[in-house]
Design a protein around this ligand. Structure first.
Ligand SMILES: NC(=O)c1ccc[n+]([C@@H]2O[C@H](COP(=O)([O-])OP(=O)(O)OC[C@H]3O[C@@H](n4cnc5c(N)ncnc54)[C@H](O)[C@@H]3O)[C@@H](O)[C@H]2O)c1
Length: 373
């Protein structure tokens, strides 16, 4: 099998921290070139030996014409995604795009239509679901080990982001639900996807309500949402980027018929003393994990399902790319497809719509995991 020839658009934070290291974990692939209009980024790439200078371009169009890649990774700011995805598709490549796919549904539709016409696939990098402890949890749910989930609670407690944002992110009016929220709702779609439909499906809310705490004319830093799913399943999602509480990167409590799951991402140092009414004795749970862990709690006992030390963001992105290439080779719609990313964007936009209407319930008529519109 000849290697998959990959080109990279954008040499910023995502490329440096995720795409370039991840490509080292994608067997039988080669980076054929990279483009970025910022000379400082190109200089960085030369110094780091990312590619020979002649394979580094200021112009994405020229890179595509001269290298004819099989797959293009789009790692540029979201407002540039649609134009670059269309360019890459036009050049005959499949596209692995950073999240969020695009700022508007119209742009997502343009990308999906262009991919269909070109007979190419587009996938989006929501890599959290590829972290091994989420994967292990979903597999155990699919095996029916905990019964049917009915309530998912997700929360994030982070300090104020300060000055570390790239310029495009600092300019966003819609921030936490758009820029981070698509990761959060992707994870919810993944964790509830199997139980709500045949394994492999995604779960999308059928209605939702959101309150944004703080002025609506400023970027949202704190949001509280309730997402309703078919079969009386509900998720709550609280994202807080100005918390003074101890940092919690992403916590999930998933209550199922026969057990309660606790999924923690971003470091766990926990010592909990409790009383088990079932066992009529004190309980002690302790765990120290730098990455993430999944626990099942029932009958007064807490058992580790899976842990990841530290969180393998790079490996998760590598797995997303590997699974994308495997889907291309098999000729089937990839996991995390552009259609799926469009639904995640619809959820985020509906959250903003609800918040603007003071937390009104916004119905979402769209395919659900059970295929009901
Ligand atoms: N999946 C994740 O966990 C994750 C993490 C970080 C960022 N991201 C996403 O990655 C994308 C980029 O974010 P970032 O933090 O790397 O931003 P960044 O500003 O650090 O880097 C973006 C780079 O794209 C370049 N660029 C702009 N227009 C271009 C064009 N037309 N052709 C080629 N290059 C171009 C810029 O010059 C810059 O170097 C965003 O969509 C962001 O949401 C995802």
């Amino acid at each position: 099998m000849p290697p998959t020839r990959i080109a990279l658009l954008g040499l910023g934070g995502a490329a440096q921290q995720l795409h370039l290291p991840a490509l080292l974990e994608v067997p039988n692939s080669m980076l054929v070139g990279a483009a970025d209009p910022d000379p400082a980024r190109l200089r960085w790439a030369v110094e780091r030996g990312v590619a020979l200078p002649r394979f580094l371009y200021e112009d994405a169009g020229r890179l595509l014409r001269e290298t004819r890649p099989d797959v293009v990774i789009v790692g540029t700011p979201p407002e540039t995604h649609a134009a670059l995805c269309l360019k890459a598709l036009d050049a005959g490549a499949h596209v692995f795009c950073e999240k969020p796919l695009a700022p508007t549904i119209a742009e997502c539709d343009e990308i999906i239509d262009a991919a269909d016409r070109a007979g190419r696939f587009v996938a989006v990098n929501n890599q959290y679901r590829h972290l091994s402890f989420y994967r292990a949890t979903r597999a155990a749910i699919d095996r029916g080990e905990f019964g049917r989930p009915y309530l998912l609670q997700m929360w994030q407690q982070m300090p104020s982001p300060g000055e570390e944002f790239p310029a495009w992110k600092a300019r966003l009016n819609h921030l936490i639900l758009y820029e981070f929220g698509t990761h959060a709702t992707d994870l919810i779609a993944y964790l509830l996807g199997g139980p709500l439909g045949p394994a492999g499906e995604e779960a999308y809310p059928t209605s939702l309500t959101t309150r944004i705490v703080g002025p609506l004319d400023r970027p949202d830093l704190v949001s509280v949402s309730r997402l309703d799913f078919p079969h009386e399943v509900t998720a709550s999602m609280t994202l807080n980027w100005q918390s003074k509480a101890p940092q919690r990167y992403l916590e999930v409590r998933l209550d199922c018929e026969h057990a309660s799951l606790r999924l923690s991402l971003g470091g766990v140092a926990r010592l909990r003393l409790g009383w088990s009414t079932e066992r009529r004795r004190p309980t002690v749970v302790w765990s120290v994990v730098r990455g993430g862990e999944a626990r099942v709690e029932r009958d007064g006992q807490s058992r580790l399902i899976a842990a990841e030390r530290p969180a393998g963001w790079v490996t998760a992105t590598a797995l997303a790319i590997r699974r994308f290439i495997a889907a291309i080779e098999a000729g089937r719609e990839p996991e995390g497809s552009a259609r799926h990313a469009r639904e995640l964007l619809r959820t985020a936009l509906a959250c903003y719509q609800s918040a603007e209407q003071g937390g009104a319930l916004v119905p979402l008529d769209r395919p659900t995991a059970t295929g009901v519109s």
